[in-house]
Design a protein around this ligand. Structure first.
Ligand code: NAD
Length: 367
């Protein structure tokens, strides 16, 4: 399926310090004659803006060549400026990783050279070569329509098209794509080359094979794909928006200062949710506990914001209270719950130790 000829092998590693150790075959075999379209990179980021550049770095870091495709006709002068800006930003991002000890200095050029900036004039060749394409043009239907028109016209029949849109539903964009069964939204978290989660949002016509292939390709560059339906805000932005608005409201009300809220979220909520998923946390604490807390808060703060959804009441009625009944949003039947709890504690402890916040028990009894 792929035409990876000449591409350096993918390493399957994500951006981690460990990935940057000793010279690996992918680096030794790397090509340094970047730019140019016609070589047929397997991956193409369409739109050379913020998202496109981040996506290009993510693939290049993992060893893949990727075409960063501009679709707009530009004067030679503007094009040269854009090219220089892209080159500069890619290197600056990689240098940032070097400064943090996550990449060796000699890897910067090797990784950057895997990104081929492609001007509109050569876009058809690059679009025709890629098996996975990421549309990353501005958030307007007009821009999306014209980008997909170019991708439809030149893309391979077996290529997978994705959109990085933040807010346009996959069902809406599917209408712009010639082969909707090969289309899904892919929401990256910024910076794209750093954050492991990518949210794949499918529509009813997305083929199972396409979803499986997309997941495999993303896992191949060290990403952790999660899947959701055609829902506004995907998973992360939808949850985040609620929390961020409530934090802003607390500042507005004078309930707490921004500094105190930030400390509470970094070292309270943050540690907790890095060790347990949000839904898993409901089970951990107990669905009845969420129900009680929601009732209290909806009476004392705001019913519209805090009332628990119907599913919570239904689960309580059915006796699914979470860990304590071995069934909740997840099923714990047959699992060693003590070991599971130990694992959670271990993850929290690991983070506390990493953050330098874990203190050994006091040897002496104090007043
Ligand atoms: N996942 C995220 O966290 C995240 C963050 C920001 C943006 N986004 C989404 O990613 C997409 C791109 O956002 P961005 O911030 O990279 O935008 P950007 O403005 O930085 O880049 C867009 C690129 O597309 C080019 N362009 C402009 N009009 C075009 C057109 N009509 N046809 C083709 N190309 C055109 C621009 O010149 C630019 O190079 C948007 O849909 C945005 O909502 C996602």
């Amino acid at each position: 399926m792929s035409n990876a000829s000449g591409s350096s092998a993918g390493t399957g590693t994500g951006p981690s310090p460990a990935a940057g150790s000793a010279a690996r075959p992918a680096l030794r075999a790397a090509r340094t004659d970047a730019e140019p379209p016609a070589r047929g990179a397997r991956f193409a980021a369409v739109g050379a803006g913020r998202m496109g550049r981040g996506i290009a770095i993510a693939f290049a870091y993992a060893g893949h060549r990727i075409a960063l495709v501009d679709l707009l006709p530009r004067s030679a002068e503007v094009l040269a400026k854009l090219r220089a800006e892209v080159n500069g930003e890619v290197r600056a991002s990689l240098q940032g990783l070097v400064a943090l000890g996550a990449l060796r200095a000699d890897q910067v050029e090797v990784v950057a050279a895997r990104i081929g900036f492609v001007a509109a004039e050569h876009a058809p060749v690059a679009l025709a070569a890629a098996e996975l394409l990421f549309e990353g043009v501005p958030e307007t239907l007009d821009a999306k329509r014209s980008a997909f028109a170019a991708m439809n016209a030149h893309g391979r029949a077996d290529a997978i098209f994705t959109s990085t849109t933040s807010s346009i539903l996959v069902t809406q964009l599917a209408a712009l794509v010639q082969r909707p069964e090969r289309f899904l939204n892919m929401h990256w978290l910024n910076p794209a080359y750093l954050m492991p989660v990518v949210e794949l949002s499918t529509h009813p016509g997305t083929s199972a094979e396409v979803l499986a292939r997309t997941k495999a390709l993303m896992e191949g560059i060290g990403k952790l794909p999660v899947v959701c339906g055609p829902t506004p805000g995907y998973i992360v932005p939808r949850l985040q928006a609620l929390v961020m608005n409530e934090a802003a409201r607390m500042v507005q009300e004078g309930a707490a200062t921004a500094e105190e809220i930030d400390k509470a979220t970094r070292y309270g909520m943050g540690l907790r949710f890095a060790a347990l998923g949000v839904v898993e946390f409901i089970d951990f604490g107990g669905i009845d506990i969420l129900h009680h807390a929601s009732r209290e808060m909806s009476e004392s703060v705001d019913a519209a914001r805090y009332a628990a959804p119907a599913i919570v009441g239904r689960m309580i009625d059915q006796g699914h209270l979470g860990l304590k009944t071995a069934s909740g949003f997840h099923d714990y039947a047959g699992r060693d719950i003590a070991a599971y709890r130990r694992g959670v504690l271990q993850r929290v402890l690991g983070q506390l130790q990493h953050a330098g916040l874990w203190r050994a028990a006091a040897e002496q009894t104090l007043d």
